[in-house]
Structures are given as structure tokens and as C-alpha cells.
Design a protein around this ligand. Structure first.
Ligand SMILES: [Zn+2]
Length: 520
């Protein structure tokens, strides 16, 4: 299968070189295939859902629209060079963007659908993304280790309006890297070129790929365009791309379906509710700036236009949390969950609010459910607190350990909590203990606390070793050295009746930390 694909690409590339386009889309990288096709498919399958979750979730209000986008995607996938378990979804995200994951998992933002004017333009974007998946561009990034450059990727994700990426923990972190992949110029040219071939084969007019690029060039001159953080972040439009697409068009020939009317009809409902989503997006920003009144006005305006949208209820919940109206917030989140049960965030929020209200047992299932949908540091952290309150130290450490994978304030707090618990569960590893003698030769058990944590009820056992055999021959009962031992302090206990007269004798006593607790 792969061979056919490569040779087809090679043949077409040769034609392209002959017409003098100057690009060489066949990449020799393809020979080095470290990620197998089945691994690639499994990576796509595992990461598709967390990636969609962190990009706003699926747009479920208009299932007919999703079916339509899927039908166009399927037509193009059917003529692609590599058969993959292709899937297409519309995301509830206003940023004009689209992405493909290894294994053929493709997502199209609501925000990009507003900007297109025909089915052929939709096909141009989908065809381009299908090539990225079919030609293994993402999988190659993984092989060359590009995805491991976490810091670089994190900036890329931030630019993609991903509010939650930093909070994602565990294996789902890969999903945010996969959708933030920036392909190289060669990959982009290849996706443009073969995307147009697919359009032609599926009976769409490939000229739509030229007009679309021209529109993008025009839009890219507007620095305030939301495209800047969306599609253009990974696909900077340029006159060169327009020229390359024109050359491809000359080769393929114009003609084919445009589907302007069907497109207009299918996106009519979406476009009619666009103002609601503009109000919502502004409302989210207003709330981030602390303007709850403005946020509330905007959320209510949005709901008046589109009462079925779960995100609008969630925004009302967030506003209520900010105003300390916790009971009201729970009501809004409940409604958001009823409207869209498969989106993680209202579950996180419900769990956090319930925990703050002291309703820990109720909070737990919400936090667990949210982690199934998208594992976040927030949920793991709160689950850790709940486990700790219950006295489940091991469980709490496990939760804090996962939350610690996030480079956020929550992640840092989780590290601190984890360390506290670890110190308490294994104080001997952290506290320094020794036998010391005063100038009269009286022996003391001394414990020093070098950690950042105040410990309580620090107990030791003093062991005596035989001077000749060097084996322990006597040991004390458990002795309380310090009821309270703050960071950087030492505690000591005089061992009754024990006196030494030379330094060698002191060396026969060893002080072992037996147990300690976290100070309340
Ligand atoms: Zn691309």
C-alpha cells in the first residue's frame, strides 16, 4: 500500500518538475518509517477524543452539518492514495482552523465554516488535510522527534486558542502536541498539490483551491484577523502558494462542481447563530478580565439567539463561581452537562465547586468522569485532596503525582503536596537522625528536619551495637523526639541513664526515624 503511494507521488512529482514548479514533494524521509501504520492508526484513535475535547468539543447542535462535512470528506478520502480509517468532525471552536492527526483523524472548526463560500472550498481544505494524514506528515514529525520539543510546542498550542493545553496531563499531552504540529514547507506544498488532485478526482473544481488561497492572502493582511491564531499559524498564506496552486490548476484543468448553493444551505443555521458565538467569545474574554456584568449580559444575549448551546450555560456557571454563587453555578453546569454529556469541562467545574462546598463524596464522580474525557491537573489535584482528607495517602500521592505533570500553578501545588505526603510516609528518607553526646557524656537522640514541611510526633528507635561483633544487641522502645518539628529545626531527647566516655562508644548508638506525621 505504501509503495503504491510513494511511487504515485514520485510520478506526479516528476510531472511537476517538468512543468517547472520547482517543488519536490517526494520526501526521502518516507523511507525511514519508525512508526508503523498500525501504530499510526492507534495514535490517531487514542488522541482524537482528547484533542477534540481541548479544542472546545464537538459541535453537536447541528448534526446535519457534521454529516455534510463528513460526506465531503469521505468523497475525498475515497480517492486518496492511502486508505485509512478516516473520520471527520466539526468542532465547537470559533477560531478558523482545521487539522489532521496521524491515522486520518480530521477536525474542522466551526469558525472556518463561516469563512467558506462553496463545497469546493470545503473540499480544498479537507483534501489538504487528508494529504497530511495520507502522506504521514504528522507521523514523520513524530519519527524525527519534533513532537518531543515540548517547550516549542507549548507556544504553538497557545497560539491555537487552546485554553486547556497546559492543564492536560498524562498520555493525553501527546494529543495537544499532535494538533499543534507545524509541518514543513515541503509537506505543505505536497498537501496543496495532492489535495487539488483529490479534488479533481472527486469531481470538484480545483480552481477553488486557488481562489481560497487568494482569499487567505487577502485575509492575512488584516492583522486582527482571527485566522492569525488559527489556520494561518500553521499555514501562512503567500503569493508563492497561490502561484503553485495556479500551476497545479493549469496541469489539472479547470472545471467541476462548486456547490455554492448546497454549501449555503447546509451552513445557513450555523451562520445565523454566528452572533451568539461572537457574544459568547467576548463574554469569555470579559470574564477573564473580571467583568462579570458584561460577561453575563453577553452570555444571556447568546442564549436568546441559541438556547441549545451547552457552552453558554457553562459560561453562566463560570460567572456564578466568580460571584461566589456556588449553588447557582452547579445549576448551570448541570444544564450544560445535560445538553452535551460528553464534554469534560462542566464536570471539572462541578467537581471543583462541590469540593469547595465540602461535598467531597459528590465531587468525586464528576472529577473522575472529566478525567475520562480529558485528564486535567485540576481534576487530579482535587481528587488528591479528597483522598488525602480520607486518609488515603497512597491514593492521594498517585493523584498528585499525575497532576504534577502539568507545568502550571496547579502542577506546582501538586508537587508540593506530593512531597509532603512522601516525607510523612517515609520520614526516615528525609529527616536526619544521629546520636550525640554533651560534654558530660550524656547521650541524646537528635533529629534535624531539612525539608520545607513541618512534621509532628517524630518518633525514633535507638539501637545499640556490640563493640566486638558489630551486631545490634539492644534497642529502645519507640521514643518521641519532637511533638512539632518545623523546617530547618532540630529536636532532641536525652536518653535516660545512658552516658559515654569516649567517642568510639557514641558510635555504637544509631538513631533511626521510626515515624512522623504532617503537622495539622
Ligand atoms: Zn497543511
Amino acid at each position: 500500500m505504501l509503495k503504491t503511494f510513494t511511487s504515485k507521488f514520485a510520478a506526479a512529482a516528476l510531472v511537476l518538475l517538468l512543468v517547472g514548479c520547482g517543488t519536490n514533494p517526494v520526501t526521502h524521509k518516507r523511507e525511514l518509517q519508525l512508526v508503523s501504520e498500525s501504530e499510526e492508526i492507534s495514535i490517531g484513535q487514542k488522541n482524537y477524543m482528547p484533542a477534540r475535547q481541548q479544542q472546545g468539543g464537538d459541535y453537536i447542535i447541528d448534526p446535519e452539518l457534521t454529516t455534510y462535512v463528513q460526506s465531503v470528506g469521505k468523497k475525498l478520502a475515497a480517492v486518496s492514495d492511502r486508505q485509512l480509517p478516516y473520520e471527520f468532525v466539526v468542532l465547537n471552536n470559533s477560531v478558523p482552523n482545521a487539522w489532521a492527526m496521524p491515522g486520518g483523524k480530521i477536525a474542522f472548526n466551526r469558525g472556518l465554516l463561516y469563512e467558506l463560500n462553496s463545497e469546493a472550498e470545503l473540499a480544498a481544505v479537507l483534501g489538504h488535510e487528508i494529504v497530511h494524514a495520507a502522506a504521514r506528515h504528522g507521523a514523520q514529525s513524530m519519527e524525527t522527534g519534533m513532537l518531543l520539543q515540548g517547550a516549542v510546542m507549548a507556544t504553538g498550542i497557545a497560539a491555537q486558542d487552546n485554553r486547556y493545553s497546559e492543564l492536560i496531563v498524562g498520555s493525553a499531552q501527546l494529543s495537544s502536541q499532535l494538533i499543534a504540529t507545524k509541518y514543513g514547507r515541503d509537506d505543505e506544498s505536497e498537501a496543496d498539490l495532492y489535495g487539488m488532485h483529490y479534488m479533481k478526482k472527486a469531481d470538484y473544481d480545483p480552481r477553488a483551491a486557488v481562489t481560497l488561497q487568494e482569499t487567505f492572502v487577502r485575509l492575512s493582511k488584516d492583522r486582527n484577523s482571527s485566522f492569525i491564531e488559527g489556520l494561518f499559524a500553521s499555514h501562512p498564506p503567500s503569493q508563492e502558494r497561490v502561484a503553485a496552486n495556479k500551476a497545479t490548476l493549469a496541469q489539472l484543468g479547470e472545471g467541476g462542481v462548486w456547490g455554492r448553493e448546497i454549501y449555503a444551505q447546509k451552513v445557513a443555521k450555523l451562520k445565523a447563530t454566528r452572533p451568539a458565538y461572537q457574544d459568547y467569545d467576548e463574554g469569555v474574554q470579559a470574564l477573564a478580565k473580571g467583568d462579570t456584568n458584561k460577561a453575563e449580559t453577553l452570555a444571556k444575549k447568546a442564549i436568546a439567539i441559541e438556547p441549545r448551546e451547552a457552552r453558554f450555560q457553562e459560561l453562566l456557571g463560570d460567572i456564578a463561581v466568580k460571584q461566589n454563587h456556588n449553588e447557582a453555578a452547579l445549576g448551570y453546569y448541570k444544564r450544560a452537562i445535560e445538553m452535551q454529556p460528553d464534554y469534560f469541562r462542566p464536570y471539572v467545574q462541578t467537581g471543583v465547586v462541590l469540593n469547595n462546598l465540602g461535598r467531597k463524596a459528590e465531587a468525586e464522580p464528576y472529577l473522575k468522569r472529566s478525567n475520562e474525557l480529558l485528564p486535567t491537573a485540576t481534576s487530579y489535584y482535587v481528587l488528591g485532596q479528597i483522598a488525602e482528607d480520607r486518609g488515603d495517602v497512597r491514593g492521594a500521592m498517585q493523584q498528585f503525582g499525575i497532576a504534577a505533570g502539568s507545568e502550571t500553578e496547579t502542577g506546582k501545588a501538586a508537587i508540593a503536596r506530593y512531597q509532603r505526603l512522601e516525607i510523612a510516609s517515609n520520614p526516615a528518607k528525609y529527616l536526619q537522625a544521629a546520636a550525640q553526646a554533651d560534654n558530660m557524656g550524656y547521650v541524646y537522640a537528635v533529629v534535624y528536619n531539612p525539608t520545607e514541611v513541618t512534621l509532628a510526633n517524630v518518633h525514633v528507635i535507638v539501637v545499640h551495637f556490640n563493640a566486638t561483633t558489630r551486631q545490634p544487641d539492644n534497642q529502645s522502645v519507640s521514643l518521641l523526639v519532637a511533638a512539632n518539628l518545623p523546617p530547618g529545626k532540630r529536636g532532641q531527647l536525652k536518653l535516660p541513664g545512658i552516658q559515654v566516655y569516649k567517642p568510639e562508644d557514641l558510635k555504637l548508638y544509631r538513631v533511626l526515624v521510626e515515624r512522623a506525621e504532617l503537622a495539622k
